[in-house]
Design a protein around this ligand. Structure first.
Ligand code: GLP
Length: 244
């Protein structure tokens, strides 16, 4: 694992964007696995800035997102569809038909999971997967539990995650209880993985995830077994990792 220590959020975002940019420049038709959450927003902003300067071209890129809430319309400003369009897709020259996100409005979970899994499989593998880190160690929406799901699945979000997402909704009752998420297999099959982590509130879980035991109780810990992971974290997030 490579670890890049960033001074702060802005520096983390710039370093992460540099890695994504290098991927797209060296392989213009890259398949990027993308993430939502507050952490990658600065990374997307930086990519847009470089796009506007003419330094990066998304015209041949394909993207496949990790997850989506079940039951939220695309037009809901908390849907991941809305998020991705707002922060990246509508701001760069990516072909919209090459951007993929689970369809949260397909209430038939079995059908939607099978469709999205096939789509990922047909793409033939992700070149670079961007990940954030949940406070309980989740990646995508792979929540802690007795076992990790391999394929796309419908998850019941944990209380911890519902609570963490509450700030984005008017009331706790509006926070979706379920989501569709890419499974651990597709994440682990990505050729390269880039994890972005910021803030002191993530310091404990970062340490557990990357330096603790590999366990399904901390889903991100499985990333320790991937041959090509780059962690870009700011000083606050790395503050519990002695010697870094
Ligand atoms: C959500 C997303 C994850 C993300 C996590 C952390 O649960 N499904 O992909 O990593 O939030 O979000 P944040 O970056 O806002 O802490």
């Amino acid at each position: 694992m490579r670890i890049y220590k960033a001074k702060d959020y802005k520096d983390m975002s710039r370093k992460a964007a540099n890695i994504i940019s290098a991927q797209v420049i060296s392989k213009p038709d890259s398949i990027l696995g993308l993430a939502t959450g507050s952490t990658p927003i600065g990374t997307y902003d930086q990519l847009v800035e470089w796009y506007n300067k003419g330094d990066i071209d998304f015209s041949e890129v394909t993207t496949v997102n990790l997850d989506e809430y079940k039951g939220l319309e695309r037009t809901n400003d908390q849907s991941y569809y809305y998020f991705m369009h707002k922060h990246l897709f509508d701001r760069v020259n990516i072909r919209q038909e090459r951007t993929f996100i689970p369809n949260g409005m397909n209430m038939n979970a079995e059908e939607e999971c099978a469709r999205y899994q096939k789509l990922i499989d047909d793409l033939g593998g992700i070149d670079l997967q961007l990940l954030g880190l949940g406070h309980n160690g989740h990646i995508g929406f792979n929540e802690p539990g007795e076992a990790l799901e391999k394929d796309v699945h419908c998850v019941d979000l944990t209380e911890n995650t519902i609570e963490a997402n509450r700030r984005f909704f008017d009331s706790i009752d509006d926070v979706p209880r379920q989501a569709y998420t890419m499974g651990i297999k597709s994440i682990m099959h990505a050729k390269k993985i880039l994890v972005v982590v910021s803030g002191e509130d993530k310091a404990d879980i970062l340490k557990e995830s990357f330096f603790g035991k590999v366990t399904s109780k901390v889903p991100a810990s499985i990333l320790q077994l991937h041959p090509y992971v780059t962690l870009v974290a700011d000083e606050a997030a790395l503050s519990k990792c002695e010697g870094l």
